[in-house]
Unconditional design. Structure first.
Ligand SMILES: Cc1cc2nc3c(=O)[nH]c(=O)nc-3n(C[C@H](O)[C@H](O)[C@H](O)COP(=O)(O)O)c2cc1C
Length: 371
């Protein structure tokens, strides 16, 4: 079955619209991303620590998206087990997210190389040239996160074959710039050079369509997949997501320049307040000389990983960190990955037809421009 038929089957519930034309329009926009990923759509499910295990990755891939395993909390042996599950389930192409400051970073790359993982998404900081070299030696496609246009150029020169631009609306650790601004800055400059995937605050197919129209090769969504049946998040974590509005997903900032921290977006609760008192006590210890700056930064990172474990795995959504993007307000119920992807595609097709982008004249122009 070709991918257009595949997509058409997914949205056969739409009646009375010219689905073929709309899908061809979408297809022409994300073809580069799809080919790069080896996936039937340009919809990625971003890695989420303790949420994106093999079950979610498989669910996303079987539904036509591109799933990414989160290895942030994993030892090499554990990562190998998740990959083995995916291979034995004949998952098809999927990605692995590696955090560049992970203490076993090279061992994790070696595991991915041994199992011939096709794509690695390098998060948590700027990857070094040596890291890109190591991925090249295994023939793994490196994808990097670009927080600005200047860094995006540098990452491509260093060896990134595709980029994810993740804006401030996203869940988890975030940069200072919004998704819209990053997209306007980066897509016109680099969208033709390498596939660029947009992430942060996207929960609806019309949002995906808008970034495709700006030159993206696809979009990465995280929060939207947290409440799927395949997601490994605790029931209480999923319920907190369903109750939340966009404004509940707040940023926790650093309180003093003496202790630079990466802001984290999560649902407001006792953990977001505790983060402020933790910073005060770390700063006091640094001033007293009983703690180095590096050790202080590590303490802050451990706070977040411990708090995320408490919420995602143990279900303590009061004291743990319920990391969530502003897109959380668009999640209304628990669904399967299949239902989420079908809904997103349906919304994209409706967006194309509403804008009359798929009218015969525009369709022909589009095809000609594409050729
Ligand atoms: C609970 C949670 C955990 C996350 N963990 C990671 C992670 O381990 N590595 C990573 O690169 N991004 C992580 N992210 C970011 C997602 O991969 C994705 O880029 C982000 O959720 C997109 O924004 P959205 O939530 O608005 O869709 C996490 C996000 C959430 C909500």
């Amino acid at each position: 079955m070709n991918t257009l038929d595949f997509l058409k089957n997914k949205i056969s519930t739409i009646q009375g619209q010219d689905i073929d034309r709309a899908l061809s329009f979408i297809e022409a926009r994300w073809i580069r991303g799809k080919e790069f990923l080896g996936s039937p759509t340009g919809i990625l499910c971003g890695a989420m620590t303790w949420v994106s295990h093999h079950e979610l990755v498989l669910g996303v891939c079987q539904a036509g998206g591109f799933g990414i395993l989160a290895s942030g909390s994993m030892a090499p042996k554990e990562l190998a087990l998740h990959i083995e599950h995916l291979i034995s389930a004949r998952c098809g192409p999927f990605g692995v997210n590696l955090i560049v400051f992970h203490p076993n970073f090279q061992d994790l790359i070696d595991v991915c190389g041994q199992y011939k993982v096709s794509h690695i998404f390098l998060g948590g900081g700027l990857p070094s040239n040596a890291m890109f070299k190591s991925l090249n030696s295994y023939n793994i496609k490196p994808v990097a996160f670009a927080p600005s246009a200047a860094l995006a150029q540098r990452l491509i020169r260093s060896g990134a074959q595709a980029l994810v631009i993740e804006g401030n609306e996203a869940g988890g650790h975030v940069g200072p710039v919004t998704t819209q601004v990053l997209a306007q800055e980066i897509l016109p400059v680099l969208g033709k050079e390498v596939p660029v995937f947009v992430a942060g605050g996207i929960g609806n197919g019309r949002g995906i369509l808008s970034y495709l129209l700006m030159g993206a090769s696809g979009c990465q969504l995280g929060s939207r997949f947290v409440c799927t049946h395949e997601s490994q998040a605790h029931d209480a974590f999923k319920e907190a997501f369903i109750r939340a509005q966009a404004r509940d997903a707040v940023l926790s900032y650093g309180i003093d320049e003496g202790l630079p921290v990466i802001p984290v977006r999560a649902l407001a609760n006792k953990a977001t307040k505790q983060f402020v008192s933790l910073q005060r006590s770390v700063l006091a210890d640094i001033e007293k000389g009983t703690l180095s700056l590096e050790a202080g930064k590590m303490k802050v990172e451990h706070f977040w990983s411990g708090a995320l474990y408490r919420a995602v795995v143990e279900g303590d959504v009061e004291h743990g960190s319920v990391m969530a993007g502003q897109s959380v307000g668009m999640i209304k119920s628990r669904e399967s990955c299949e239902e989420v992807i079908q809904t997103l595609l349906k919304e994209m097709v409706e967006g194309v037809t509403d804008l009359q982008l798929g009218t015969p004249e525009n369709f022909i122009k589009e095809k000609v421009a594409f050729l």
